[in-house]
Design a binder for this molecule. Structure first.
Ligand code: ISJ
Length: 251
């Protein structure tokens, strides 16, 4: 069977993940850039080589791995190297994806994209010393973004099962462009872009008790940044994951 996965259900999961991403952006934007978090020559941890954010991310992932986080095929670690095994009994997650799914992990590029391009676009300059808190909010936002993008595996599996006869020849021919075209729904993408801009306005407004604060509209993250984040990065990367997954689908 389909283990309850349908095109509607996977799209609903992506819609709900938008909330997590937008709240994650709002939470990270509470702090200024705090560049010492990312500089391996600052906040040195004895015995650890790397920046504070790497220290927090690797150690947090290790704890979460032991507690079973990566037993769920929706979750992909940023530092899979040397990750400890789960210490707990696994919940029987449905094995909906093809086995090749495990080798699709673009978190290294997501990590670089986030720190080099995205972060400076939505946080203020400055330093308030909250480096550990900053690293923790970076990681939870990165995890939400990564979950969204890698959910492309589920989207692709649903689409493949709906019309294998359309997908199989393109997969055999390794026709990436043809696959990209077949899995793309422009209308859906346009709705996503509009909805996340609206959510950024609703979630990021200042809530006043006795009046609507519409004189001095200042949102906690810029709604047009959120829509361009989806347009330029999150949607294209989700589709890249869909294509990568499909290319392995008949192995
Ligand atoms: C995720 C899907 O596949 C593609 C990617 C989309 C996205 O990343 O939001 C939206 C529509 C499709 O072009 C989908 O069809 O829902």
């Amino acid at each position: 069977g389909n283990d309850g996965f349908t095109l509607d259900s996977v799209r609903d999961a992506l819609v709900r993940e938008e909330d997590t991403i937008i709240f994650g952006l709002i939470e990270r934007a509470k702090f200024p850039i705090n560049s010492h978090t990312y500089d391996e020559n600052c906040n040195k941890v004895p015995g650890f080589s790397g920046s504070l954010v790497e220290f927090v991310a690797k150690n947090t992932e290790a704890v979460q791995a032991k507690a079973g986080r990566y037993q769920n095929p929706e979750e992909n670690p940023f530092f899979p190297e040397n990750l400890p095994p789960s210490l707990v009994t696994s919940y029987p997650f449905p094995q909906f994806l093809h086995a090749g799914a495990a080798s699709v992990n673009i978190n290294k590029s997501i990590w670089k994209l986030y720190f080099h391009e995205l972060l400076p676009l939505f946080v203020a300059s400055g330093d308030d010393g909250n480096y550990a808190q900053t690293a923790a909010s970076d990681l939870s936002l990165l995890q939400a973004i990564s979950r969204r993008i890698h959910y492309g595996k589920f989207v692709a599996e649903v689409k493949f099962r709906q019309s294998p006869k359309d997908y199989e020849p393109l997969i055999r021919a390794k026709d990436k462009e043809g696959l990209m075209k077949l899995l793309t729904f422009e209308k859906v993408e346009e709705m996503v872009r509009k909805r996340v801009e609206k959510k950024a306005k609703v979630f990021g407004q200042n809530v006043m008790l006795d009046h609507v604060d519409d004189r001095n509209k200042k949102y906690k993250v810029d709604p047009s940044f959120v829509s361009s984040l989806y347009k330029k990065w999150l949607i294209p990367l989700t589709k890249d994951v869909e294509v990568d997954y499909l290319l392995r689908r008949l192995d």
